[in-house]
Ligand binder design. Structure first.
Ligand SMILES: Nc1ncnc2c1ncn2[C@@H]1O[C@H](COP(=O)(O)OP(=O)(O)OP(=O)(O)O)[C@@H](O)[C@H]1O
Ligand SMILES: [Mg+2]
Length: 228
């Protein structure tokens, strides 16, 4: 399915059932992401941006339609296979950092490589290099609770990038950072994009950052439309 991009979805829909009420958050979303493409998703709070990213990353399953990663349909595989696909192809930066509290920064960042079966020493070296690059070289042994909010977010970004995935799905990755740190984190994602062709799908409220991406989509009333 090389003509369908590295990640794509068709007629994707998500309806949450809350007691007697069905809340349709996404409906009939079609999106195709090519290798190395950079996409921004913007939209009001509650419009479904996080929901869409979770579906694209296989963290949740849709109530309608399908998502394919490199031609493989996420809803049609076992949970363990979906986990493998996520580890192999995708990096995820959550809106809230989701680091594992009992592990240090370096252990959190090395984790995707260890899951992949990489040698511990090499995994830790790569994690430490990336953390240094992102300004956390002096915080390697800190646990998440011992990091500031911005430091946690940077560690979470390093964790998503360390395995050099085909696609990084980032949910407001720079939302809680000061202007300078936000810029350096954004530059780092762009550098990876250019160096190894990682596609980026980034939810952002920052129009300046959005304007630097190849395409911008607006999510409103459950549907996605491209904006120029
Ligand atoms: N697990 C859930 N069960 C029921 N409703 C949910 C659930 N998760 C999200 N929603 C609802 O779906 C809608 C979209 O939520 P989502 O988190 O995707 O929005 P968002 O665009 O990411 O917003 P924000 O910019 O505030 O992060 C919201 O109205 C929310 O209340
Ligand atoms: Mg959100």
């Amino acid at each position: 399915m090389s003509n369908s991009g590295i990640l794509h979805c068709q007629q994707l829909g998500m309806t949450y059932t809350e007691g007697p009420n069905d809340v349709e958050v996404l409906s009939e979303i079609n999106l195709q992401i090519e290798k190395g493409e950079r996409i921004a998703i913007v939209g009001a709070s509650g419009s479904g941006k996080s929901t869409l990213l979770h579906l694209l990353g296989g963290l949740d399953l849709p109530t309608a339609g399908s998502v394919w990663v490199d031609g493989q349909e996420l809803s049609r595989m076992s949970d363990s296979k979906r986990g493998l696909i996520r580890n192999q192809y995708l990096g995820f930066v959550y809106q809230f950092h989701h680091l594992l509290p009992e592990f240090t920064a370096i252990e959190n960042v090395a984790m995707p490589l260890l899951i992949r079966g990489e040698d511990t020493r090499i995994a830790k070296q790569k994690a430490s290099d990336l953390l240094a690059e992102i300004g956390l070289g002096h915080r390697l042994e800190h646990r998440p609770i011992e990091l500031s909010g911005g430091e946690r977010q940077r560690a979470a970004i390093a964790r998503a990038l360390v395995s050099e995935p085909n696609v990084v799905l980032a949910d407001e990755p720079t939302g809680n950072l000061d202007v300078n740190t936000a810029q350096s984190v954004f530059d780092m994602m762009m550098e990876l994009n250019q160096r190894i062709g990682t596609a980026l799908v980034m939810v952002t409220h920052d129009n300046t950052l959005a304007s630097k991406m190849d395409k911008r989509y607006h999510l409103e009333q459950g549907t996605l439309s491209e904006v120029s």
